[in-house]
Design a protein around this ligand. Structure first.
Ligand code: CP3
Length: 347
């Protein structure tokens, strides 16, 4: 357990400068990650090797002194644990044996999940033991809709039209898949908290492909169900919601009774978020990951602009999406300096 800056911020305490961590802070942009990654061919096998997952979880903390570590894993360990064939193709990203017939998901089962994902929980125990008390350890999972996107399509897609067609044409059977995923995500997050995760983030990376009329049913409602079931099992564990690219519908997710923070993507204006979201809920975000690639004056100006807008309220500095592989690590170090040296009220 930690009582550091991130957890206190999620509990409403204000500091002169916000805590900072970055989505995908452990990854291919770090040479020390690539070195450990090169020792295992299969990405999932790498995720399921506790010593390696622990090591790469700690790498960005050692290098940059961030306020939180996020356990190194992937959202697609859930379909894998449910029994859907899941693998990662070198240079192509995730592949899954697609669910084409609703009858197929009847074969998916939660029974194997705790055993299958035990290496993830072991990595969390190792990482929590190795981290300083003031550094938070985050667990995470994909939201049911985003998981359903990959599970239906069989991998990445530009528009995930198959999942939408299923949801619109057979909402009752699609709802059964979402219900199964809600239970699997609650199990997985619960085990992560039991292993030592101090807070959790739910990634709904593809929420933004849904029209507003469908967002409540397929994105927000399952996420709130997860948050409330997790709260029953583990009262007080903060849940950060990341419904990516939902635009002004972010207002629907402004639910402090369910979520400790709302993580916003780059498309949401910091000024709008300060006015519409921050009076109600802790905001996390939302620097464009490409600013971290560019660096220099552009990074300085944009990070300071976000701090000037959001740094006066309850705020966790982060990106609007994950760190990309072409990011120079020195730019991350510089960003941490900018955030830690920011002077409230200077502009
Ligand atoms: O540092 C961290 O943030 C923790 C680790 C983490 C990974 N994936 C490691 C990873 C986290 C939080 C994720 C989440 C994830 N995975 C999401 C949600 C966030 C988002 O990006 O929208 C999604 C959609 C996935 C699915 C996924 N995993 C894809 C599409 C890919 C391929 C694209 C890519 O970036 O390569 C992955 C692979 C993956 N997951 C890598 C890493 C570091 C790269 C693979 C490798 O190192 O060989």
């Amino acid at each position: 357990m930690t009582d550091g800056k991130l957890l206190k911020t999620l509990a409403g305490v204000r500091f002169p400068t916000p805590p900072i961590w970055l989505m995908r802070q452990a990854g291919r942009y770090l040479p020390e990650y690539r070195a450990v990654r090169a020792t295992t061919k299969s990405f999932l096998e790498f995720c399921y090797t506790p010593d390696k997952a622990t090591e790469v979880t700690l790498q960005p903390i050692k290098r940059f002194g961030l306020d939180a570590a996020i356990i190194f894993s992937d959202i697609l360990v859930i379909p894998d644990a449910l029994g859907q064939r899941t693998w990662f193709e070198e240079g192509e990203g995730p592949k899954l044996q697609p669910l084409t017939d609703p009858a197929e998901f009847g074969q998916l089962s939660r029974a194997r999940l705790p055993e299958h994902l035990a290496p993830v929980y072991q990595a969390i125990r190792n990482a929590r033991a190795a981290l300083a008390a003031e550094t938070a350890l985050l667990g995470f999972a994909g939201a049911p809709f985003t998981l359903a996107c990959y599970m239906t399509e069989g991998g990445g897609s530009r528009d995930f039209h198959k999942v939408k067609h299923w949801a619109y044409s057979h909402p009752d059977s699609f709802g059964l898949l979402i219900d199964l995923l809600v239970e699997a995500v609650v199990d997985h997050l619960g085990h992560q908290v039991e292993a030592g995760a101090d807070a959790v983030q739910i990634f709904d990376s593809w929420a933004g492909i849904l029209p507003e009329s469908q967002l409540f049913r397929w994105s927000l409602e399952p996420m709130t169900r997860i948050a409330s079931q997790l709260r029953e099992r583990h009262p007080g564990t903060p849940v950060i919601a990341f419904p990516r690219a939902v635009g002004p519908a972010a207002l629907m997710y402004r639910r402090p009774e369910e979520f400790a923070a709302l993580s916003i993507d780059t498309g949401i204006g910091a000024h709008w978020a300060a006015r519409e979201l921050q009076p109600h809920i802790v905001v996390q975000g939302n620097l464009d990951p490409m600013m971290l690639v560019t660096g220099g004056a552009a990074l300085e100006e944009e990070a300071t602009r976000i701090l000037d807008k959001l740094g006066h309220g309850s705020f966790v500095f982060n990106l609007g999406h994950g760190v990309v592989p072409q990011t120079p690590p020195d730019h991350v170090a510089r960003l941490v300096e900018i955030v830690r040296n920011w002077k409230p009220g200077a502009s």
